[in-house]
Design a protein around this ligand. Sequence first.
Ligand code: EZ4
Ligand code: CO
Length: 402
Amino acid sequence: MKIVDAKVIVCCPGRNFVTLKIVTDDGVTGVGDATLNGRELAVASYLRDHLCPLLIGRDPRRIEDLWQYFYKGAYWRRGPVTMSAIAAVDMALWDIKGKHAGMPLYQLLGGASREHVMVYCHATGRDIAETLDTFEQHRAEGFKAIRAQCGVPGMKSVYGVAKGNAAYEPATKDWPEEQSWSTEKYLDFAPKLFAAVRAKFGFDIHLLHDVHHRLTPIEAARLGKSVEDCRLFWIEDPTPAENQDAFRLIRQHTVTPIAVGEVFNTLWDCKQLIEEQLIDYIRTTVTHAGGITHLRRIADFAAIYQVRTGCHGPSDLSPVSMGAALHFDLWVPNFGLQEYMGYPAPALEVFPHAWTFHDGTMHPGEVPGHGVDIDEALAARYPYERAYLPVARLEDGTLWNW
Ligand code: EZ4
Ligand code: CO
């Protein structure tokens, strides 16, 4: 059995996605997601120019060996571009293996550990009243866990707040948006938002919040400590995580659970955070952290330290990634929660999928492989459009962490 074709499809059905499609000599195909928001073409080139030529003629069943070949064999290891490209190969090969076996991917991993996968969505608004309204809408849709983000008085634009009635989407066409940030205004306001959610909805629903790397460790400690009574499911990315030591300081001060890792690419990015139990949920994804093969290694390591998974599930990972994530989630013994932001309607048409949503939970379906495909003819009708994530500056113009 041999790989006879490996092609990269870049399309923009509402937003940009990079998809790898691998074809075998017996006509079986597999797809993988390689989308890296705002840097899509770098991964497309890594695949097209460097990995795809090496795939031709290889045995698609040797998933582990191909993973090692592309990771160790490149000499240059890690990084989001490399690991997203390796992930796409890995995801496509697991898809092919599932089709050959006639089994859904979760069965190959060891079978279901639960009946379905709890997912969380986003409530967003320009002020507290609006955020409470969207929180209520999502609760009515059945969600059991909801993330709350809100405009902050005195700040023009804030991470996680949608413009108008559109779903929240951070990337903007052509040029990065510049946002401003005031830690003082945010820290004064955020506890009021959580208190308002608890006052209106009580404690019978999971409440989450994303700080999006904006605080220093001591500021993050103060936030966590000041909202303990609101019993958040987690606060996410309270401070940048390049320096994993930083989380020791936060941990000394607060029992508010912490989720980190959506920008991580390998186990090495989260090793200390997990080993020292400095976090409660690891947010690495099947796309940005090297595919099923590497993500399950991270999860197994995390399990030893009672750290659970909380995979990032933004609209900027394609429905292919969502499918692979849901198979992983259904199997992984130390599952915590899966993010589900949803997709623009054209994206759901371009990527026919077996996964389903019901009453705040999702299921990957029973189709062999990961159950997501790409309609290439339809994808061709949505060509790539250059887009960037925003940048953040302090009020005096200093560049800050977005
Ligand atoms: O900013 O996916 O928790 N979710 C997030 C996302 C990220 C985007 C970046 O591409 O932090 O909204
Ligand atoms: Co986040």
